[in-house]
Write a protein that binds this ligand. Structure first.
Ligand SMILES: [Zn+2]
Length: 65
């Protein structure tokens, strides 16, 4: 469980954007250029970033509709 996990649950799922990740990085004082690196690593949206962090693998967005 981490902040992004909590934020995703609070938002009732992924909005297929990096908005929550962006908020999380800003709150943690982390350079937002990290978003680009996450995207290249397969974390194109919040849930995929979370999957990468948790499992070290490429995530599969469950909210592609
Ligand atoms: Zn997603």
């Amino acid at each position: 469980m981490n902040h992004l996990d909590v934020a995703l649950q609070a938002a009732d799922g992924c909005s297929h954007s990096q908005q929550l990740t962006s908020d999380w990085l800003q709150a943690a004082g982390i350079d937002l250029r990290v978003l680009d690196k996450l995207r290249h690593a397969g974390g194109g949206c919040d849930c995929e970033t979370l999957a990468n962090l948790d499992y070290g693998g490429r995530g599969t967005c469950t909210n592609n509709g």
